[in-house]
Design a protein around this ligand. Structure first.
Ligand code: G3I
Ligand code: 9MR
Ligand code: ZN
Length: 593
């Protein structure tokens, strides 16, 4: 492989000039089709090589200077060129190889490695001047803006306040849901549950997904605090607290309002009876009901609050103590209610449900966080009695399967506080899962850690959950394969996938433009709220738009449509953005040596 444009030899300069001239004469639209800047035959850089390349998939945001840089070529070709966008100069050329059929998309994919190119700049990849990729950058910190935008997206989800133009720019709106909410089973009794974040594309607020979202963001801060030094221009910016923790606190303070102070139990949700139309939040005037206390909400709450105590105790001790007390009160409810049926929307309630018939994982997570924050033996007794419970995963990070949060907290606390048998058991479970994910990743054509059966509702969130798992695994048993695999998950959501889709609003040559997100649709502004991760391909095609727009038999990795109507493939959610912030923050701070 030759790194052209870098050598000073006379010969290569001539070759580079020929290639550059051929390419400069072409213009390109975002579909990768390269058209001559004037009418006539498409210019070919190297007419002797035939190609039937249909797409060149790249990380449409970019690559860090010293990181591996791989492009995926769909369709056969022999060579590729990395072109400096500013000069048209070919800076690198290489061979395309390793062709195979990708099971989840049906594509025939090959790979081009341009890792040797370490010169910062804006580039695109070309194959014989016939096809080119989206632009991308090579830079020291290519993911800084993405990370900050995905974190700022939580501000845009805030409920119970006006989003002022000073902070929200064109996506400002008036105050919404200022009188949340009314106890459903005690009609008319108002309990102040204002604040917090809207859950997703709807305006409901649900404790179970909220707990996952705050946990991911607090973990991100704990694992790489140096990634959160920039301010993101929210009302609290400049108060001496990292904005990530300012933003998380807005949700934690709402969650505290969801606890029934008399029993310690935690209400499951506050939302309208039915999903509203596509209206602005301030226009959503239907009554918002608080639905019943649930074990999963109470246990997730207990875990998040105990974790919050750990994270905030050196920042605001009194707030931290309020959270720990609330967590212990929630545990008392759990103790008094060992067998509770999973939450179901009651008759007449059709908004989000977050039902989950197994609350053992939530209780396990709560016990670990409470033990870690208090050292009290009763919590460890619960862990000891339940860590081998095969009814729940000890490695997953989904909203309905939170056992991984308990495991990573146990494995990263002061080891002297742990029981060696439990520690070793959880380590074995966690590393087995990480190695399973590495196996999926290494076999997948687009290097995503999803098997063909894993493309379900929120698959992009699951991709980020699995990247989190791999990053945690590297902390437990360091091995660069975990980091390589985790980094490729970020490249997947940023465009290196079977659809050449950057699954984020506001980023990439092919960004998400029509998310199932009420404010982005109702505000009359073309650009959706930026920094939101779309749920992604869902082979279940579980909404009328998906059924209509995605033909039956479409390969799983292509079951996606950027259409506002497709809530099962193209909604956004706080707990899909939260693992994405974790991953982007890790690779923003992770300057590879
Ligand atoms: O986990 C199974 C998987 O094992 C199986 O292979 C696959 C087959 O399709 O199904 C998977 O379960 C899916 C589950 O999401 C995965 O988390 C279910 O089919 C699917 O129905 C379920 O959808 C949930 C959806 O609400 C409908 O209940 C999503 O998880 C959940 O994120 C979504 O949450 C909504 C809120 O209710 C309202 N606010 C928006 C939010 C996001 O769309
Ligand atoms: O907008 C709702 C979205 O947040 C949910 O995830 C989804 C599934 O629960 O439901 C969406 O609301 C739709 C409702 O289910 C059916 N009528 C059309 C609504 C808007 O798409
Ligand atoms: Zn609101």
């Amino acid at each position: 492989m030759k790194v052209l444009g870098m050598r000073r030899g006379k010969c290569s300069a001539i070759v580079a000039a020929i290639i550059s001239i051929a390419l400069i004469m072409t213009a390109c639209d975002n579909n990768g089709e390269v058209k001559p800047s004037n009418e006539g035959e498409i210019n070919r850089v190297n007419p002797i090589e035939e190609s039937n390349v249909k797409m060149i998939a790249v990380n449409q945001v970019g690559y860090s200077i010293k990181d591996p840089k791989i492009a995926v070529f769909i369709g056969k070709a022999e060579s590729f060129y990395v072109i400096n966008k500013a000069t048209g100069e070919s800076m690198f050329t290489g061979k395309i190889g390793g062709y195979k059929t990708d099971v989840s998309s049906g594509d025939e994919v090959g790979y081009g490695d341009f890792s040797q190119l370490q010169q910062p700049g804006t580039y695109y990849i070309s194959v014989q001047g016939k096809f080119r990729s989206s632009d991308f950058i090579i830079a020291e910190r290519p993911y800084k803006d993405v990370k900050n935008a995905m974190l700022k997206a939580f501000y845009y989800q805030r409920c119970g306040i006006a989003l002022e133009e000073e902070y929200a720019g064109i996506w400002q709106h008036d105050i919404c849901h200022a009188d949340d909410g009314y106890l459903y089973d005690k009609q008319g009794v108002n309990v102040d549950t204002t604040g917090g974040w809207h859950d997703a594309g709807d305006y409901g607020k649900y404790v179970v997904p909220a707990a996952k979202a705050v946990a991911d963001l607090m973990w991100a801060y704990e694992i790489c605090p140096e990634s959160f030094s920039e301010q993101i221009n929210i009302p609290e910016s400049g108060n001496g607290v990292p904005d990530a923790l300012n933003e998380v606190r807005y949700e934690l303070e709402w969650m505290l309002k969801m606890q029934d102070t008399s029993t310690g139990g935690v209400y499951h949700k506050v939302a309208t009876l039915n999903f509203p139309g596509f209206i602005m939040p301030e226009a959503d005037k239907d009554k918002r009901y608080i639905n019943s206390i649930s074990a999963t909400a109470t246990a997730d709450f207990a875990a998040a609050m105990a974790m919050g105590h750990r994270v905030y105790k050196d920042i605001d001790e009194s707030f931290a103590d309020v959270m720990l007390e609330a967590s212990q009160k929630a545990w008392q409810w759990l103790d008094a209610n060992p067998d509770v049926p999973g939450f179901k929307n009651p008759q007449g309630v059709n908004s989000g449900e977050y039902g989950d018939s197994n609350d053992r994982d939530e209780r396990f997570w709560a016990a670990v966080e409470l033990y870690r924050s208090t050292g009290q033996q009763k919590y460890h007794d619960y862990i000891e009695a339940n860590y081998e419970d095969a009814s729940f995963s000890k490695t997953s990070f989904g909203w309905s399967a939170v056992g991984g949060y308990g495991t990573v907290s146990y494995l990263t606390m002061d080891k002297d506080k742990t029981n060696p048998n439990i520690y070793d058991y959880l380590t074995a479970q966690f590393m087995a899962e990480a190695n399973r994910l590495v196996g999926i990743w290494s076999n997948d054509g687009y290097k995503v850690a999803l098997g063909p059966n894993d493309y379900y509702w929120g698959s992009n969130g699951e991709v980020m959950n699995r990247a989190m798992c791999l990053i945690f695994a590297n902390n437990v048993e360091p091995n660069n394969k975990y980091i390589e695999a985790a980094r490729d998950q970020l490249s997947y959501i940023l465009g290196r996938n079977a659809l050449g889709q950057c699954y984020l609003t506001g980023f990439g040559a092919k960004p998400i433009m029509h998310p199932h997100h009420r404010p982005s649709e109702a505000d009359g502004i073309e650009q959706p709220v930026p920094g939101m991760l779309s749920g992604g391909p869902n082979s279940g095609r579980q909404d009328p738009t998906a059924e209509k727009e995605i033909p039956a038999g479409t390969p799983p990795a292509k079951c996606f449509v950027d259409n506002v109507g497709s809530y099962s493939t193209n909604e956004i959610a706080i707990y899909w953005n939260s693992p994405a912030v974790f991953v982007a923050a890790y690779f923003d701070r992770q300057v590879s040596n």
